[in-house]
Design a binder for this molecule. Sequence first.
Ligand SMILES: Nc1ncnc2c1ncn2[C@@H]1O[C@H](COP(=O)(O)OP(=O)(O)OP(=O)(O)O)[C@@H](O)[C@H]1O
Length: 440
Amino acid sequence: MDRNLQKSEVDELKQDIQKLKDELRRKERLLFELQQKPLENCPYNNIFKRDEIVRYSRQMIMSEMGTDGQEALKNSNVLIVGIGGLGCPAALYLASSGVGKLTLVDYDTVELSNIHRQILHSEENIDIPKVDSAYAKLKRLNHNIKIVPLRQLINNTTVERLMKSTKYDVVLDCTDNVATRYLLNDACVLNNIPLVSGSALQMEGQLTVYHYMDGPCYRCLFPVPPPPETVTNCGDGGVLGPIPGVIGTLQALEAIKIIIKSEGILTSRFLIFDGASSTFRNVKLRKRNKDCEVCGDSPTILTLINYEQFCRSSAHDKVVDINIVKPEQQVDVEYFEKCKGTSLVIDVRPELEFKMCSLPSTINYPFTKLTKNVGGFTEFLKNQAKTTENVFFICRRGNDSQRALNYIQNDVIDSNLNVYNVKGGLRDYALKIDSNFPIY
Ligand SMILES: Nc1ncnc2c1ncn2[C@@H]1O[C@H](COP(=O)(O)OP(=O)(O)OP(=O)(O)O)[C@@H](O)[C@H]1O
């Protein structure tokens, strides 16, 4: 190659490669399906094939399941949104129990930091779409069922398309963000489908079934979204792998119970699992709220709304920090790299994260500690900065460091200190300056 490629040419080539990879995976799936031996009819049963009777025998001989329950599973349609920590175990148990058609939706690809809990994905799947990795594993587990992997973001358009094309018996919300929770809730209420909702963070997990019989929906319990700054996901707060394992497994259990019309469905109740003390608690929930905007007696939400905006414009949203960081105080990682040797660098991540990996010659002053004693921090800063005028604040993605600057801005205004926020934080540093720094 005797010339430098333009960025647009590189992008085009990348897109072509992606298309070829997608096509290859589609063909591999097709080949796999064609290579499977069709099930042989059983002369002793006209609903199930011989292999199905053997495969499901341990659950079919239970009075709770029986042949009627197994047949209901065989004819059922289940949608799982999110093939991460919760979706993986849920999909495993639903596929192995003989759900007839399992639709898997996720837009993301597998990352190394996923696989400690997202048990359908393994090392060789890194960078491939989660739905493809899940499809391959589940098909090997049970090739008799239909699995539809959809690599897409669930939004108003995609969810409507999905629900128009198929009548789902149950939907599993295995995602990790509030906007998608409201979207799936409203879509399920509008299409009259029960929703099994799970969540897991750190050592705790929660589970309930929304919109089942006369039970509440998510909106009945949470008419207003929580303030965005109070919502933590696994990426920020961490999670122990078995916690989503337990909750995802219980989501599969509730879905099976709904399909086979069992007693004891987890509606109007919240199950809280505390992994630290190994205890389960049941919290009674109120019934459906008759004034609920979507499932109440006179609903005002009759079609899907703008969920991102709804979650941003919640009542609490108005208390977010006012940004007083000046544009010239926002610097990129390249500038930071040039100056860091002669400057003071304050890493505001929690102590544990700093201990996990940190840039040499940086000082750790966690953001939470700073907000509790701003005065004490500015004293510390002025003492530390006796030999330099430039102070860089850095964190994982550049958010807490910017908020730290906001906190101390007025206190350092009279000093001769120049304070900067490193945009994109250590993540950008790893991507643009030194790939040896772990992205987590
Ligand atoms: N609107 C959506 N449409 C499709 N998939 C979604 C949507 N929202 C979230 N998800 C998926 O839900 C899954 C949630 O998984 P999980 O909570 O284990 O976290 P993660 O996003 O994979 O990882 P981490 O938080 O560690 O980066 C993710 O795979 C994510 O891509």
